[in-house]
Design a protein around this ligand. Sequence first.
Ligand code: GDP
Ligand code: IMO
Ligand code: MG
Length: 427
Amino acid sequence: MAVDILIGLQWGDEGKGKIVDVLAPTYDIVARFQGGPNAGHTLEFEGTKHVLHQIPSGIFHPEIKNIIGNGVVLDPIVFRTEMQKLQDRGVDASQNLFVSKKASLILPSHKVLDRVSEEALGSGKIGSTLKGIGPTYQDKIGRVGLRVGDILAADFKEQYNKLVERHRKTVEFYGQTLELGEQEQNFFEAVDYLRTLQLVDSEYMINEALQSGQRILAEGAQGALLDVDFGTYPFVTSSSTIVAGACTGLGVAPKHIGEVYGIFKAYCTRVGSGPFPTELLDEVGENIRQAGREFGSTTGRPRRCGWVDLPSLKYSIMLNGVTQLNMMKADVLTEFDTIQVCTHYKLPSGEITDKVPHSMESDELQPVYETLPGWKVDLNKIEKVDELPAAFNNYLAFLEKHLQVPITIVSVGPDRKSTLRREAVNA
Ligand code: GDP
Ligand code: IMO
Ligand code: MG
């Protein structure tokens, strides 16, 4: 059996949580392979909304095992709160959730480092979620970080103190003082809680499950354009958000990869700083933001909105080997008479390209648009794929022609049930 992977193709918040929850019943295991509490994955069903940050989006299916893989950076404090919220809703995740002993630990001091680093960058700040992601991955790569398995060691407190002393010096280098207050006590209480859960060698668990014919879905966080290598560097996150990250973040060999679901919005959004060629700074962008309720699931920040960008989607599809596309939030575009699609970029030299250049800054490229008719029908009311309006089918066919990958899922609302499966028109 294979590991299928679901990847965001834009700058995150494409609707990954929703689709993982929808696809989960056809899998035995759902596993997160990178990122941490910077993610906010929203699930809606039976009239309630749940936002998950570190726990995989298969958690509402008790028969499915959920794994937090070694590539994740885990904040025990956020994690305990997440588990408590699930408990409050009658979901006991302790039986079907497994945490890799090799996952990295986010310490309270990592969050301070994230903040002082951002402050020092001034107007060049990344727009980090301030959850300590960058500093924790830095410590991992720097080979000084702590991992979940370390909490089982008798000298964990000493290891913790040693790392915090390093952080203290770095914070002082920035001219500030490290003050952790009650965060430290919260951290150790949350670590005590974490110790009571199922801490595993997840690479063995996953490979043994594969051997025994079980089906695994790997859930990406963020999106390909936030990838540390291929995203809009330096305005990216600190992990490999592409399929390759699932290999290193779970311990899965490339030969085991099966379907790759590439998920994108019918338009485009971004939170935080960095280039965004199709960004709409006018009332059209504001209309999309309001209609799509585009406010961050983790930080509440308004998301920047713009038209769909095909060169960057082609790039993400190439990097991930996407086999099926899932288009989200088309219902948000109901009110528009026309829909713009960026098919190419125009470079300062006048050259027209459909490739993503080294820099995506707006003064270095201009989007080239094609205009398509809007559908002016509330897609959220549609329950069958053959009831979709012609203008909308035309939009799908246009995208498939350019992207050369079938759009097999069309999401028309936040609820689990607002999900249409379809055959490709002409990919
Ligand atoms: P993720 O990080 O990729 O899981 O996405 P988020 O949860 O951060 O953001 C997606 C938002 O869009 C959430 O508020 C979802 O409830 C909502 N959503 C998902 N799919 C649809 C859809 O098809 N239509 C609408 N209107 N909202 C959707
Ligand atoms: P999900 O999984 C959208 C963005 C931040 C910032 C940059 C770096 O919900 O799609 P970080 O805290 O990772 O150092 O921030 O990345 N970012 C996200 N944007 N969705 C996310 O996750 C994001 N996770 C990080 O806004 O610009
Ligand atoms: Mg999100």
